[in-house]
Design a protein around this ligand. Structure first.
Ligand SMILES: *Cc1c(COP(=O)(O)O)cnc(C)c1O
Length: 423
């Protein structure tokens, strides 16, 4: 049996119906934007392995930082202790975040970063004796798969089975072009009701929804509206963070600052699972008290793992190099060129570009479902051609590692053009 066959004996894969799923290629090596399977087939990783890997696979700079850390201090508990890498990482990150972000809480993944933010907002009001227990979120949002994060997520595909067992969340439409007024009116009515602790959103781009985009101006108005009515704002930058939108954070496009931010995915350059929730001083102060019961009783065994912190330190240094910033601008320009070329194709409904993110919606006769027939046909077409893309319903998007070469990127575009001929 080969690895792909042995895998099926014991492994249960995410988001997978094993009865109907195709065999999973077994990847044995990665370098730069490329991956190779056990039979030597080469793949271009055009989605940075679920948006985590900006600097390429098997990056030696991050690997060296991890090795040094593993042989110096691999881990120490963060309850009651601290360590140099957590201090250094926080010192490096704070100046990059919106200036009102003052305290960092470490955890393991995007979902836990979101849980910490939701609990932060919830307990802040509890500590003050104010009843605000509901949340506002976008329809089609994705914030993760643990219970709190799932409740905040709007894509029903993921959460249908659990309705009735979750936090109370009210959904408003994503303010895409033309829908701004409707969204603002709905938000206004909700914030005036006084029941809501926070509004959580993916700033400017909803990743899992298919790279759905909306303008910074409307988000600014929404944040201002929340602030005026004591509803906290949580910017979930798990996907958008660390350069994807062309700026370090999507919130860098805004005039107003969120009260909390969630970071993960590219934080460690796609190496070690780690996440951070950042908070304003105001929220932190809501927990700061002589009463131990007012503390945030949340933690994870591997909170602020030193190896993860070392990987994040190396990653942020890489991100800030002029070379990496040039890669981001280069990909953005290539995307714009491809958009100009493809947008009038008869099968193309719309296109969108922000930073290194390119998305294209295919014109279809009927509404396509999230993991529907069209999506599956496209997915397998790309895999067969050696391109890793995960279309969502009728949307094909590209979010490559920043170090992808022009030739590799051209190959991705050309394969998308070919895909338009077969659908
Ligand atoms: C991926 C993602 C999450 C969840 O992160 P996990 O590490 O998969 O738990 C949360 N929010 C957004 C915006 C994401 O893209």
């Amino acid at each position: 049996m080969n690895l792909s066959e042995r895998d099926l004996l014991y492994n249960w894969h995410p988001y997978t119906q094993h009865k109907t799923a195709a065999i999973h290629p077994a990847i044995v090596k990665g370098k730069g934007a490329l991956l190779w399977d056990e039979h030597g087939k080469e793949f271009i990783d055009a989605i940075a392995s679920w948006w985590v890997n900006p600097f390429g696979h098997s990056n030696t700079v991050i690997a060296e930082a991890i090795y040094q850390q593993l042989t110096t201090l691999e881990h120490v508990l963060f309850g009651g202790f601290t360590h140099d890498k957590a201090v250094l990482l926080s010192e490096k990150l704070i100046p990059l975040l919106p200036s009102n972000q003052k305290k960092l809480f470490y955890s393991d993944n995007g979902s836990t970063a979101v849980e910490v933010a939701l609990k932060g907002a919830f307990q802040y009001y509890y500590n003050k004796g104010i009843k605000k227990t509901k949340f506002i979120a976008f329809e089609d949002a994705f914030h993760g798969d643990t219970f709190g994060a799932m409740a905040a997520s709007g894509i029903t595909f993921y959460s249908e089975a659990f309705q009735g067992a979750m936090l109370e969340v009210t959904r408003i439409p994503v303010p895409t072009k033309g829908k701004e007024t409707e969204t603002l009116a709905q938000l206004q009515a909700l914030v005036e009701s006084k029941d809501y602790a926070a509004f959580i959103f993916e700033p400017l781009v909803l990743g899992a929804a298919g790279m759905v985009m909306y303008a910074p101006e409307v988000l600014d108005q929404m944040i201002a509206m929340c602030r005026a009515h004591d509803v906290f704002t949580i910017a979930d930058e798990v996907m958008t963070g660390f350069g994807k939108t062309g700026k370090t954070f999507a919130c860098d496009y805004l005039m107003h600052q969120p009260d909390m931010m969630c970071l993960s995915k590219a934080l460690t350059g796609g190496t070690i699972p780690m996440a951070i929730t950042s908070f304003s001083q105001e929220i932190y102060d809501g927990f700061y008290d002589n009463d131990v019961n007012k503390a945030l009783f949340h933690g994870h065994t591997f909170t602020a793992n030193p190896t993860g912190c070392a990987a994040a330190l190396a990653s942020i240094d890489l991100l800030l190099t002029p070379e990496m910033q040039n890669h981001i601008s280069r990909i953005h320009l290539r995307h714009l060129d491809f958009e100009t070329k493809i947008k009038n194709h008869p099968r193309v409904k719309t296109t969108r570009v922000l930073g290194v993110i390119f998305a294209l919606e295919i014109r279809t006769d009927s509404e396509e479902s999230y993991y529907g027939t069209l999506r599956n046909k496209l997915y397998h077409f790309f895999i067969e051609k050696g391109i890793i893309l995960r279309p969502v319903a009728n949307t094909i998007y590209v979010l490559p590692p920043y170090i992808i070469t022009d030739t590799q990127l051209q190959n991705v575009y050309e394969t998308i053009e070919k895909a338009l001929e077969i659908v």
